[in-house]
Design a protein around this ligand. Structure first.
Ligand code: CA
Length: 219
């Protein structure tokens, strides 16, 4: 899952990016509101982590613009403790959740998972697909009750295919969900990961639609 982080504080931004990468997300980080606008026009993000106090264009203005474009990606705002009015404005402008600085990185990751879950129309924390069970928080996979070891990229691809079950995703879409800016994409990486996933989870789970991409059928 690819996220956009909008935060002008270099130390905090660096920490959040590192923490979320550790939690398995691909993170693009921008440091002002205008750069965020450009990024949001260029890429499809699963979720946005948005600081409200930003140079060039405030978080609230950015959020109003984003919702005005019809973009429904979940937005989690980051705010200072003493700015209740800002928080209210942010939520009213279309944010889905907020965290007050300073916050715990584990809590941020858990809230992001919850927002992504709801955006995907799931209330339960486990994804069940036939005999396959995936726990996004613990990053655990079992098939017919037996644990399956997946690399972090394999896990990410499986998760994005399951979250989009019934919809074909192109190789480019899968690559975009795996890699943040500046990360080198190995050629054929997606094909190789899919090959390994089929070996570990059975050939029939992930279907190839020639010329279109990859698909996991709805459970
Ligand atoms: Ca700020």
């Amino acid at each position: 899952m690819r996220l956009l982080l909008v935060e002008d504080d270099p130390l905090l931004g660096d920490g959040v990016r590192a923490g979320l990468s550790q939690a398995g997300f691909a993170v693009d980080w921008v440091k002002d509101g205008q750069a965020a606008k450009l990024a949001l026009q260029a890429e499809a993000y699963a979720l946005v982590v948005l600081d409200l106090g930003l140079p060039r264009l405030s978080g609230t203005e950015l959020l109003k613009w984003l919702r005005g474009t019809g973009n429904t990606a979940p937005v989690l705002i980051l705010t200072a403790r003493d700015t209740v009015a800002d928080r209210v404005k942010g939520l009213d402008a279309g944010a889905d959740d907020y965290l007050i600085k300073p916050f715990d990185l584990d809590e941020l990751a858990a809230r992001i998972r919850a927002l992504l879950r709801r955006a995907g129309g799931r209330a339960a924390p486990l994804i069940v697909h036939g005999k396959l069970e995936v726990d996004p928080a613990a990053r655990r996979v079992t098939l017919a009750g037996k644990p399956v070891e997946l690399s972090s990229r394999e896990f990410a691809i499986l998760l994005v295919l399951l979250e989009n079950a019934g919809r074909a995703l192109s190789r480019e879409q899968l690559e975009q969900s795996l890699y943040g800016w500046g990360e080198e994409v190995e050629s054929n990486a997606v094909e190789v990961h899919i090959h390994h996933l089929r070996k570990k989870l059975g050939a029939e789970l992930i279907r190839t639609l020639r010329g279109v991409g990859y698909l996991v059928d709805k459970a």
